[in-house]
Design a protein around this ligand. Structure first.
Ligand code: SAM
Ligand code: SF4
Length: 369
């Protein structure tokens, strides 16, 4: 049963009509749409659904990239274990706490700890870090640490972690297996882990990359339908960006599609997916991602916010580590200090007529206190 649809149908609003109208064929139609005037109606609809369901607030999250070590061999990511050219780091508890205090000082409601799937991050050690963040800052804590076993996820939840982000990357099982190999003896099933996270009481976020070589329009439409079916609390989507030190970047592990079937990894395609996601998941927190700002440094983030997004993640990782967290080349804001990023951001948000969200900015129906 589709819980998202049930909730949407319970509301008396234009959103109901929009959601009903967006069947698989309509989603596909929008993904193929090239007419700018028609796309304007999609942007307007997504913006209206955003305003009606999550308001004008833009929630800021402080992102801390706590380790770039990873046991996995994802074919697209610069942090993959096989990238021996990358110098690895792992932040200390005190360094992480200093970033959390910075987030609080800037008025952010949430600190997001992201890393490779790094078992050097011990479950008990991180539980202690989470408890310290809660005790010293009272910020909401989001984790994005890969496919950790259930006892680790449960322990972090007990320690006070509120949310977990784990993209399923693509709903096409063959493409997923091709680009995201399992570890020996541990088949990778991110959808099952998302169900576990839900059961453990996390606010749960997922998402996909757009324009992965071998990703068809049909499978991208299925991704968007899957967001709706999973009733996600957070959905993050961004363009696939080629990294030359990866198998995909070196032309290996490629599934080639006819040109008219391959989803392009363009800025326009990302806006379409952000807008469609807002319409099918009206209450979700949707970030305007760093990857979007990377392909359009001038106003990619702003256009994302105008077309359905309501969250911005600010990078608070100390600059010396930040340049080593190279999941793809040329990441936005890589050389700016956290302070410079922060000042530019407030101005940009206010220029759009939006305001900065107060508090933790959880999903409405089970917002955190
Ligand atoms: N290791 C954790 C995981 O995989 O969930 C969290 C960190 S991982 C770097 C976060 C996300 O980066 C992945 O879910 C993936 O969607 C994205 N990513 C990795 N390589 C990318 C690339 N080349 N282009 C765009 N996004 C990429
Ligand atoms: Fe590791 Fe995540 Fe990169 Fe995969 S996407 S190699 S799990 S950091």
């Amino acid at each position: 049963m589709n819980h998202s649809k049930l909730r949407v149908h319970g509301r008396e609003s234009g959103t109901e009509l929009l959601d009903r109208a967006l069947g698989r064929q309509e989603i596909l139609g929008w993904l193929h749409e090239a007419d700018e005037a028609k796309l304007e109606t999609l942007w307007r609809q997504a913006d209206a659904v955003r305003r009606e369901n999550v308001g004008d607030a833009v929630h800021l999250r402080g992102l801390v990239e706590i380790s770039n070590s990873c046991v996995r061999q994802c074919g697209y990511c610069g942090l993959r274990a096989g990238n021996s050219a990358l110098a690895r780091y792992r932040m200390s508890a005190d360094e992480i706490l200093a970033c959390a205090h910075l987030a609080r000082q800037y008025g952010y409601g949430t600190v997001v700890m992201q890393a490779g799937e790094d078992y050097g991050i011990g479950a008990d050690w991180l539980a202690g870090v989470i408890r310290r963040i809660k005790a010293e800052t009272n910020l909401a804590v989001t984790l994005s640490l890969g496919e950790r076993p259930e006892p680790d996820l449960a322990g972090w939840r007990r320690a006070g972690a509120d949310r977990y982000l784990l993209r399923f990357e693509t709903s096409d099982p063959d493409l997923y297996r091709l680009i995201h190999p399992s570890l020996p003896g541990r088949p990778s099933n991110r959808l099952a882990i998302l169900a576990t996270l839900r059961r453990l009481g996390y606010e749960t976020g997922s998402g996909v990359m757009i324009g992965i070589p071998g990703q068809s329009f049909e499978s991208l439409a299925e991704d968007i339908d899957t967001f709706r079916a999973l009733d996600l609390d957070m959905v993050g989507v961004g363009p696939y960006i080629c990294h030359p030190a990866t198998p995909l970047g070196q032309g290996k592990w490629l599934r080639l599609l006819p040109e008219d079937e391959q989803v392009p990894n363009t800025e326009l395609m990302v806006y379409k997916v952000v807008a469609l996601t807002r319409i099918v998941c009206p209450e979700a927190n949707i970030p305007s991602t760093t990857a979007l700002a990377t392909i359009n440094p001038q106003n990619g983030r702003e256009l994302g916010l105008m077309r359905g997004a309501n969250v911005i993640m600010r990078n608070l990782t100390p600059p010396a580590y930040r340049e080593k967290y190279e999941i793809y080349p040329g990441k936005a804001c890589i050389n700016e200090t956290a302070q410079a990023c922060h000042m530019g951001l407030r101005h940009r948000i206010e220029t759009l007529g939006r305001c900065i969200g107060a508090g933790p900015g959880g999903r409405g129906h089970h917002a955190l206190s």
